[in-house]
Design a protein. Structure first.
Length: 179
């Protein structure tokens, strides 16, 4: 759709009503895309590139906007004593209450940062597309369970990897995270 213009739409579609609908959709897509790009440029002016930003964007699936979102929503990484606390804050772990090996109910599912959870789910989605090792992990996991559970598992692994990366100031190693 992005590569088309009005004359292309007229040649591809025969009926005038369909042409009008496609032209309006095309206009909406270009308008929204321009607005998103303006917002991203505006956000980029407020966020100064740091070493943590370089480290976090070394993960496949985490681009400039998702990286900035993760850093801004996480705050100082030192405030999380353990990797599990960070994963819990990112809503990447289940909130089950288990007693004597039996499920006794759900905990506070809404506890944590919903924007950080969204950022890690987006990163998991893109990582499962572009990184072959993560894609194989996703396919194995989704064969055994629901595809959203598989994506959440990837988000959990990415959150834990990002925590360790930020604490140690080292780039992403897919072999360590998805061995």
């Amino acid at each position: 759709m992005r590569k088309l213009d009005a004359s292309d739409i007229n040649t591809l579609l025969a009926h005038p009503s369909t042409q009008l609908s496609a032209k309006i959709s095309h206009e909406l897509i270009t308008t929204i895309t321009d607005a998103i790009e303006r917002i991203e440029r505006n956000v980029a002016t407020f966020c100064q590139p740091t070493h943590a930003y370089e480290v976090i964007t070394s993960v496949t699936g985490i681009g400039p906007m998702i990286g900035q979102s993760i850093l801004l929503e996480s705050g100082p990484i030192e405030r999380f004593p353990t990797v599990n606390d960070y994963a819990s804050y990112a809503r990447c772990v289940p909130s089950k209450k288990i007693s004597n090996g039996k499920k006794k109910g759900e905990g506070n599912r809404k506890n944590g940062n919903k924007y950080l959870a969204y950022a890690f789910m987006e990163a998991a989605h893109y990582a499962a597309i572009w990184e072959p090792k993560i894609k194989r992990y996703y396919q194995r996991k989704s064969n055994r369970s629901h595809k959203m559970i598989a994506k959440k598992a990837i988000a959990n692994k990415l959150a834990k990897a990002c925590y360790h990366m930020l604490v140690r100031n080292e780039p992403f190693d897919v072999d360590r995270a998805f061995a």
